[in-house]
Design a protein around this ligand. Structure first.
Ligand SMILES: [Zn+2]
Ligand SMILES: [Zn+2]
Length: 397
C-alpha cells in the first residue's frame, strides 16, 4: 500500500472503530478501579485484546502488555496507556449515562479514554499488521496516580527490555485543547514531583506565658516566609521551580500554645537535581529557625516522579507524523513545560520517547474542566485523533 493509501485506510479505520472506543471508554468509566486495584479492568483489556488475536503478558498484579508482530522488519516501539482511576467521587450531567457505579472511585483524569484509545489503536494496527515495520508493544499500565508509579514497576520488571523496546510514546487527554488538536514539546515537558512532611516541634504552654513555651506556630510562620526566598533568592533565576505548603495544622483552642505544628507540601522542578537542592535549602531553614527559637523539627522528603523530558528525535518523528495525519495547524508546539507530574518519566529514563497532549476539551461535551475536577470529562472524538495518530506513528505514514 502506498503511504497515502495507508494514511487514508488508518483514518477510515479510526472512524470505524469510534463506536467501539466509546463503548470501551464508557464501560471503564462506569466501573472505575483505583491505582494497583485494576483487577477487573485488566481482565477486560486482556479479553478485548484476545478477541483480536493479541496475546498478553502480565508482569505485575494488574495491567498487561500486548504484542503485535509486524509483517516487515523495523524497530520495536512501545505505546503506553495508563488504566487507573482516582479515589474520588464524580459529578456532571454530561456523564450521567455512564457515571461511576463505585463510590470513591472515578475516572477524572481521562485514563479510561487513554485505555479505550489504545485498544482502538490495537484494532487498527492488528488489521494492518502486514504493513507494520517491526514490532509494537502495547502497555496497559496500572497506577499512574500513586507512588511509586506503575511505570516504574513495569520498567523494572524487565518486560520492555525483554521485548527489545527501542522507543516509547504516550499521550494524555488535555482539556485546554480541542479534539483534533495535539500539543507537543521537545525537552522538558512536565516537572518532577516531590512530597514533604514537616513537624515543627516546640514546647506547649499557656497562651499568656509565651516566655515559658516555645511556640511552633510562630516558628512555622517564619519557616513558610523563608521558603519564599528559596526559589527567588537561592535558585538560578532561569531555573523554574515551585515550593507549596499545601496544608498546615497546629493548636486547638484560643489560650494554649501547642507543642507542635505540622505541614505538608510539594516541590516541583524540571530535574531531580534541582529538587534535591531545594530539599537542602528547606532543611537549612528548618534547622536555623527552630534552633534559634529553642525548638526542633522532623523532615521527610519523598521523591516522586522524575521530570518528563522528551527526546528530540522521537518528538520530531511524532510531530511529523501528526502533521501528516492532522494538518499543520492542529499540531501545536508548546513553548513552556507544565508543572505537573507523570510517571511516564520513568520509561524515559531508560528508553528514548515522547509524551504529548491530546486535545479533549469542548463545550459540547462539557469537557473543559481541569484534570481531577469532579466534573472532568473528555470529548470522545479525541480518540479518533489519538488512535489514528498512534497508528500513523507506528506505520510511519
Ligand atoms: Zn491524574
Ligand atoms: Zn492522568
Amino acid at each position: 500500500m502506498s503511504d497515502s493509501d495507508l494514511r487514508e485506510e488508518i483514518q477510515n479505520k479510526a472512524n470505524a472503530y469510534f463506536d467501539y472506543m466509546v463503548q470501551v471508554r464508557r464501560h471503564l468509566h462506569k466501573n472505575p478501579e483505583v491505582s494497583f486495584k485494576e483487577f477487573e479492568t485488566t481482565e477486560y483489556i486482556r479479553h478485548e485484546l484476545k478477541k483480536i488475536g493479541i496475546e498478553t503478558e502480565q508482569p505485575l498484579d494488574t495491567g498487561c502488555i500486548g504484542i503485535i508482530e509486524g509483517g516487515k522488519p523495523g524497530p520495536v516501539i512501545a505505546l503506553r496507556a495508563d488504566i487507573d482511576a482516582l479515589g474520588m467521587d464524580e459529578e456532571g450531567e454530561a456523564k450521567a449515562d455512564f457515571a461511576s457505579e463505585r463510590p470513591g472511585a472515578a475516572h477524572c483524569c481521562g485514563h479510561d479514554a487513554h485505555t479505550a484509545n489504545l485498544l482502538g489503536t490495537a484494532n487498527i494496527l492488528k488489521d494492518l499488521e502486514s504493513e507494520i515495520p517491526g514490532k509494537v508493544v502495547l502497555i496497559f499500565q496500572p497506577a499512574e496516580e500513586k507512588l511509586p508509579g506503575g511505570a516504574r514497576l513495569i520498567r523494572d520488571s524487565g518486560v520492555l527490555q525483554k521485548h527489545g523496546v527501542e522507543e516509547i510514546y504516550g499521550l494524555h487527554m488535555n482539556p485546554n485543547y480541542a479534539p483534533g488538536e495535539i500539543a507537543f514539546k521537545p525537552g522538558s515537558f512536565m516537572s518532577c514531583t516531590v512530597e514533604f512532611e514537616i513537624e515543627v516541634i516546640g514546647k506547649g504552654g499557656h497562651a499568656a506565658t509565651p516566655h515559658l513555651a516555645v511556640d511552633p506556630i510562630v516558628m512555622s510562620a517564619q519557616i513558610i516566609n523563608q521558603f519564599q526566598t528559596v526559589v527567588s533568592r537561592s535558585l538560578d533565576p532561569t531555573e523554574p521551580a515551585v515550593i507549596t505548603v499545601g496544608k498546615i495544622s497546629a493548636g486547638s483552642v484560643h489560650n494554649v500554645i501547642p507543642a507542635k505544628a505540622e505541614m505538608i507540601g510539594t516541590v516541583r522542578a524540571f530535574s531531580m537535581e534541582t529538587a534535591r537542592f531545594i530539599k537542602k535549602r528547606i532543611e537549612e531553614i528548618l534547622k536555623g529557625v527552630t534552633e534559634s527559637a529553642g525548638g526542633s523539627y522532623t523532615f521527610q522528603f519523598t521523591e516522586g516522579y522524575p521530570a518528563v523530558v522528551n527526546e528530540a528525535k522521537c518528538t520530531e518523528k511524532l510531530a511529523e507524523s501528526a502533521r501528516k495525519v492532522l494538518g499543520n495547524e492542529k499540531v501545536i508546539e508548546l513553548q513552556r513545560p507544565m508543572m505537573a507530574g507523570e510517571d511516564f518519566a520513568f520509561y524515559q529514563e531508560e528508553f528514548p520517547g515522547s509524551f504529548f497532549f491530546l486535545g479533549s476539551g469542548s463545550d459540547e461535551a462539557d469537557s473543559k474542566w481541569s484534570w481531577h475536577h469532579p466534573r472532568y470529562n473528555i470529548d470522545e472524538k479525541a480518540m479518533i485523533t489519538g488512535s489514528s495518530l498512534m497508528a500513523g506513528l507506528i506505520l510511519g505514514v
